[in-house]
Ligand binder design. Sequence first.
Ligand SMILES: C[S@@+](CC[C@H](N)C(=O)[O-])C[C@H]1O[C@@H](n2cnc3c(N)ncnc32)[C@H](O)[C@@H]1O
Length: 198
Amino acid sequence: MADFQQRDPLSPAFWDERFARSFTPWDRGGVPLALRDFVAASAPLVTLIPGCGSAYELALLAEAGWDATAIDFSPQAVQAGKRAVGGHAERVVEADFFAWQPARPLQLIYERAFLCAMPRAMWPRVAARWAALLPAGALLAGYFFFDDAPKGPPFGIAREQLDALLQQDFECITDQPVGDSIPVFDGKERWMVWRRRA
Ligand SMILES: C[S@@+](CC[C@H](N)C(=O)[O-])C[C@H]1O[C@@H](n2cnc3c(N)ncnc32)[C@H](O)[C@@H]1O
């Protein structure tokens, strides 16, 4: 860890360096169970996966017939994502979450290891962008990382802090423990679904 050149997770170069050197401890190597269950139980939704990294989830959604787009601002991450999703590579796009615009109104944003990739000072901007991208009734679903270690990434959140961040624009409709976490998130993440308020 000590010899990485890039120290600013707000820069694509930070993530490029880690993907290029195969230092990706957040990478699950596949699709987590709660998302599989969610997709099996839902009609297809127009979906965005921000900060997709290897984007395994994109392949699951596309194969289930969902109109899904995965974005990442790191060219190396996009390369890894395109490799991992095979025939769905054109749906993995290099773009900055704060600038990207959907071609159709979104019905779902999938969260995994994106909020916690951001320094805490950025979180109000992330929450505001989620709210701006999702119309009333649309969903923000995924994995939220709870921890209070000062250094990151990953930067963990406290439950009260997450509520404060989201409750003005979102209502929490699902909140469950996760049984198939990888070590870096084990015992500290929950599967949550938040619905955009009107
Ligand atoms: C910790 S990784 C998580 C990757 C993936 N979601 C996963 O679960 O494996 C965070 C990712 O967010 C991307 N990222 C960070 N800020 C971004 C931004 N503003 N726009 C798009 N992608 C961003 C990084 O390049 C990196 O690939």
